[in-house]
Structures are given as structure tokens and as C-alpha cells.
Design a protein around this ligand. Structure first.
Ligand code: C2E
Ligand code: MG
Ligand code: MG
Ligand code: MG
Length: 278
């Protein structure tokens, strides 16, 4: 009896493991062709200035629809693409699409919006990264300060000199650097001191608690004060309710983004997006 259940547990375990590995392999295999089969689409989530309530730009978020696997979330495929190196061509695709969209968007609204693109650790190892960014900015006639790169601590933790160089070169190029998911890593504070960030993005896990948990509220309050003392502007991500927005306004948060305003939407919808609707 005990032997049998032990065996069942064992085989169940291996089954589960091989399912996970199979899924990973399938994703890896499908990712290899996804670009040339045109399976990616860049969505945009608008960002707003808290004080003026005006839309100031958007974050580019990648979507993948594969005929075999259906929709795969970025949280699942990005780490795999990083591992295999596919993130390098995929990242170039995201940047090109985003800047072409920004060009369209600015023209349509007669505005100077900003676009934020997420950058993965692996992309920093690409020697041609900086020149590619510079070229794409020229191609789309976008001013460098209208482009922002969101970087999580994972990038910095790799702690290599090429990362320091790349960040310095990005800074020199005039693009903005934003520390994404602030507060979720181990050494956010020391990285803030070490590198020239322009923007601090508070992780949504803190924002979701600010109207209920005093600890979260205090943390967000302190983070905003810290950021401002370092001359960084602050973005709150994952704003879902009006109460959260009011509180963030009171705390002096500069920019907001979240489902309360809009989910990430396709380019054609983002082009027409108005808030409040008018
Ligand atoms: P992130 O950069 O922190 O992006 C924010 C995530 O939070 C997005 O998930 C967005 O859809 C979600 N979100 C925004 N507002 C709300 C809200 O009010 N409530 C809730 N519950 N969620 C909200 P998404 O699009 O699934 O992206 C997940 C992560 O995948 C991103 O986290 C980013 O790290 C990565 N990612 C997405 N696109 C790219 C890309 O083009 N390149 C790279 N390197 N990473 C990407
Ligand atoms: Mg981001
Ligand atoms: Mg984030
Ligand atoms: Mg994130």
C-alpha cells in the first residue's frame, strides 16, 4: 500500500516535471519562428500625469499569439526568450514598432508623447544595442528624450562592466532610464545610487495595498519622498481604483498607469484613445 502510493507520487511528480519541460520546449521551438510568422503584436498602456490628468505617453507591452499554443503571456515567454537569446531580435522588433507607433501617435494628436520600452538583461550583451537604438530613433524622427527604457533590477544584478557601459551609453544618447518594479528586488537602493535613473516605477504589489494596508501606504509615501529627493519622477503602476488615484495624488506621485485608466491596448485603439472619453 505505502509502496504503491509512493510510486504513484513519484510517477505523478515526473509527469508534472516533464509537462513543464515539454511546454518550455514547445515555447522555445515556436518562438524561433514567431517573428517571421508575424505572431507578435505590441500593445500600449497609456500613462497619465496625476496633476494635469493628461495622457503623457504609454508603455509598450508585447503580446504573442501562436497557432499551436494560443496566447502566451510575456511572463511565460520573455524569460525563455532571454534564455535562448531570441529576446535580442524580438526586442528590436518591439523597439521598431513602438517608435513607429509613437511617430504616428504624435502626428495624429499633434503632441509629444513618450514611449516606454522594457529592456531585458540579455539585450545588454548585444554589442550593437546602442547603435541600433540610435538608428531607429533617427529613422522614426523621434527625439531621444521621448524614449524611455524600463529596466528591472535583474539587469543590474548581473553586475557586469558591459552593463555599466551600456547604461552610461544610453544615458549619453539622451534616452530616459526608469527603474521598473521598484521595491521587489534586493538592492534597489544601491542601484539607484550607482546608476543615473530618471524615473522610479513603484511595483503594483505596493499600489494594490495602499488604501487598506498602512504599511504599504507608508512604504509608498517614503518611496516617493526618496525619489523626489534624488530628482527622479515617480510612476505608480497597477492603479486600479479611484481611491488609489486620489491617495497617490495626495502623496505627490507624478505619473500613473493601470487598469483604472486603460488596459494595454492594440496600436489602432491607442491611437484613438481619449481620457476621459471625449
Ligand atoms: P512590467 O513591465 O512590470 O509591466 C506591467 C505589467 O502589469 C503588464 O503585464 C501590465 O499588463 C500589467 N498591468 C498594468 N496595469 C495593471 C493593473 O492595473 N492591474 C494589474 N493586475 N496588472 C496591470 P504584461 O503585459 O503581462 O507584462 C508582464 C511583464 O512582461 C512586464 O512587466 C515586463 O517585465 C515583461 N514584458 C512585456 N513586454 C515586454 C517586452 O517587450 N520586452 C521585455 N523585455 N519584457 C517585456
Ligand atoms: Mg515595465
Ligand atoms: Mg513594472
Ligand atoms: Mg513586472
Amino acid at each position: 500500500q505505502s509502496k504503491l502510493s509512493g510510486r504513484n507520487t513519484y510517477s505523478f511528480f515526473t509527469q508534472e516535471m516533464s509537462d513543464v519541460m515539454l511546454r518550455r520546449l514547445e515555447i522555445e521551438e515556436q518562438l524561433n519562428h514567431a517573428l517571421q510568422r508575424d505572431e507578435f503584436e505590441v500593445y500600449y498602456q497609456p500613462k497619465f500625469d496625476v496633476k494635469s490628468k493628461k495622457m503623457i505617453g504609454a508603455e509598450a507591452l508585447l503580446r504573442w499569439r501562436n497557432p499551436l499554443l494560443g496566447n502566451v503571456t510575456p511572463d511565460e515567454f520573455i524569460p525563455i526568450a532571454e534564455h535562448t537569446g531570441m529576446i535580442v531580435p524580438i526586442g528590436k522588433y518591439v523597439l521598431k514598432q513602438s517608435l513607429a507607433f509613437l511617430n504616428d501617435w504624435n502626428t495624429t494628436h499633434q503632441q509629444q508623447y513618450t514611449i516606454a520600452v522594457n529592456l531585458s538583461p540579455r539585450q545588454f550583451r548585444d554589442k550593437a544595442l546602442i547603435s541600433f537604438i540610435a538608428q531607429t530613433l533617427r529613422d522614426e524622427k523621434i527625439a531621444p528624450h521621448s524614449l524611455e527604457f524600463e529596466i528591472t533590477e535583474g539587469v543590474l544584478m548581473a553586475g557586469n562592466s558591459y552593463i555599466d557601459d551600456a547604461l552610461e551609453n544610453l544615458h549619453q544618447l539622451g534616452v530616459k532610464l526608469s527603474m521598473d518594479d521598484f521595491g521587489t528586488g534586493y538592492s534597489s537602493l544601491s542601484y539607484l545610487r550607482q546608476y543615473s535613473f530618471d524615473i522610479l516605477k513603484i511595483d503594483r504589489s505596493f499600489i494594490s495595498g495602499i488604501t487598506e494596508k498602512k504599511e504599504d501606504l507608508d512604504l509608498v509615501k517614503a518611496t516617493i519622498a526618496l525619489a523626489h529627493s534624488l530628482d527622479l519622477s515617480v510612476v505608480a503602476e497597477g492603479v486600479e481604483t479611484h481611491e488609489q488615484l486620489l491617495l497617490l495624488d495626495e502623496l505627490g506621485c507624478d505619473l500613473v498607469q493601470g487598469y483604472y485608466f486603460s488596459k494595454p491596448i492594440p496600436a489602432e485603439d491607442a491611437l484613438d484613445f481619449r481620457y476621459p472619453a471625449n
